[in-house]
Ligand binder design. Structure first.
Ligand code: NAP
Length: 319
């Protein structure tokens, strides 16, 4: 039996070859996501959907897709999907954890280092012809080795960041819904409530999923608790941080530096004030953007989809 599948963007060649042998597949050809009315129309009669985090898979869409048997997201975070609506129709939802953990933790560390050592400013300084001499106090940043790192959300990526931090002899604090005995033992990480973690950390790194509880988790009250030179790194989801308040906090030096791979709104318009601030850097949601990780997650998304179409349990279903 052949199934009809819609994929909201092109995948990697390996993943498309795998899918080709199993279903009739339509790919959205553009680089930008299908507009919502198009997505709604395309999904009305399909059996399976492969989507990205930029596609709003809401209740309306799920209820109108009468034949839909499986939703397979090419990402670990699924905040764009109405999981409750999918569960009510017993439609399994797949995602792609683990395979992007190291890539995202690496990017997190790249942002930590870039923010602490002001790499963006330093590169522009040299390129801009300002490098006249070696200056004792030129472009001073913050130390990374031996600093205190506060991890918010000690899951797969949070733990991978903590392991990298151990190599920099950092003191690791964390907050999470549950204590992580393994990481406390392995890295002497200390579990703290969020306010205390913010007060004690030189660098705060966000690794929670975007949920009702974590939306705007970091706002005015939290910025006031942070150390004046503290660095905020966000590779989780943009809406975990209150963007307007972050801009004010950076302008008033209440927060020392922000390094953001994810923003709210996303994409961040190129006219946004954050790009003008000397103490902020923004990357365009590239956490998992290595050739290996992106190919691996595309292949896993295809495996999740095929299992769902067959009525088997998904290799990686969202809990
Ligand atoms: P994960 O393993 O599920 O880890 C999430 C952690 O957050 C868990 O430890 C969880 O606690 C904790 N948590 C959840 N709600 C919380 C709350 N209200 N307060 C405190 N802690 C809370 O997920 P992951 O694989 O590490 O991925 C984390 C997130 O990173 C994803 O959801 C995604 O949004 C984002 N991400 C971004 C990129 C990128 O390209 N920038 C790439 C990959 C992932 P428990 O362990 O107690 O449940």
């Amino acid at each position: 039996m052949s199934y009809n599948v819609f994929v909201t963007r092109h995948l990697t060649p390996d993943a498309e070859n795998k899918l080709y042998t199993f279903c009739d597949t339509e790919y959205w050809q553009e680089e930008t996501p299908p507009p919502y009315p198009v997505l709604l129309e395309k999904t009305k009669t399909i059996d399976g959907l492969i989507c990205l985090l930029t596609d709003p898979i809401d209740r309306n869409l799920i209820e109108s897709a009468e034949n839909l048997k499986v939703i397979s997201q090419v990402a670990v975070g699924v905040d764009n999907i109405d999981l409750q609506a999918a569960a009510e129709r017993s439609i399994p939802v797949g995602h792609t954890p683990d395979l992007l953990t190291d890539a995202t933790a690496d990017l997190t560390f790249a942002l930590i280092l870039a923010a602490a050592r002001r790499l963006g400013e330093a590169i522009n300084y040299a390129r801009g012809g300002h490098w006249q001499t070696w200056g004792l106090t030129t472009l001073l940043g913050e130390r990374v080795h031996g600093a205190t790192l506060g991890i918010i959300g000690m899951g797969r990526i949070g733990q991978a960041v903590a392991r990298r931090a151990a190599g920099f002899n950092m003191k690791i604090l964390y907050t999470s819904r549950t204590r992580k005995a393994n990481i406390e033992k392995e890295l002497s990480a200390v579990h703290l409530p969020l306010p205390q973690l913010l007060e004690k950390s030189d660098i705060v790194s966000l690794h929670v999923p975007l949920t009702e509880e974590t939306q705007r988790l970091i706002g005015r009250t939290q910025f006031k608790k942070m150390k004046p030179h503290a660095i905020l790194v966000n590779t989780a989801r943009g809406a975990v941080v209150d963007t307007d308040t972050l801009v004010s906090a950076l302008k008033s030096d209440e927060v020392g530096y922000a390094a953001l791979d994810v923003t709210d709104p996303e994409p961040l318009p190129h006219t946004h004030e954050l790009y003008q601030l000397p103490n902020a850097i923004v990357t365009p949601h590239i956490g998992s953007a290595t050739r290996t990780a992106r190919n691996d997650i595309a292949l896993l998304a295809v495996e999740n989809l095929i299992a769902g179409l067959k009525g088997d349990s998904l290799p990686n279903a969202v809990q």
